[in-house]
Design a protein around this ligand. Structure first.
Ligand SMILES: [Zn+2]
Length: 105
């Protein structure tokens, strides 16, 4: 598992898109987890606390697609030494809200 501090902006956006698209499966059997503290998703590795379970199903794919598009734009800009723009910053705020504002993705 990585933390947001370890990720570039494009990587963070893609990680949240993956979080939105995954049909999460959290282990609740020791040693991987418990009912009170499920372990990370066995499919994508996201932590239970930030699995975006409160995002309605109808919004998951459109949000994931938006995050990926902006991720590509941000990656293109970063490769050319441009700073992030307002679109990227706003989308990053959405991604972090989806992610519960937590540091683990
Ligand atoms: Zn998952």
């Amino acid at each position: 598992m990585s933390t947001v501090a370890d990720l570039t902006v494009p990587e963070e956006l893609r990680a949240v898109a993956t979080n939105l698209r995954c049909e999460h499966s959290f282990p609740v059997q020791p040693p991987h987890g418990s009912l009170l503290a499920p372990g990370p998703c066995s499919r994508c590795g996201v932590a239970w606390a930030v699995c975006a379970r409160d995002v309605p199903d109808r919004l998951r794919e459109p949000l994931a697609a938006l995050l990926e598009v902006v991720s590509s734009v941000a990656e293109y800009a970063a490769e050319r030494g441009y700073s992030t723009n307002a679109q990227t910053d706003a989308t990053l705020s959405v991604a972090r809200a989806v992610n519960g504002g937590a540091a683990d993705v």
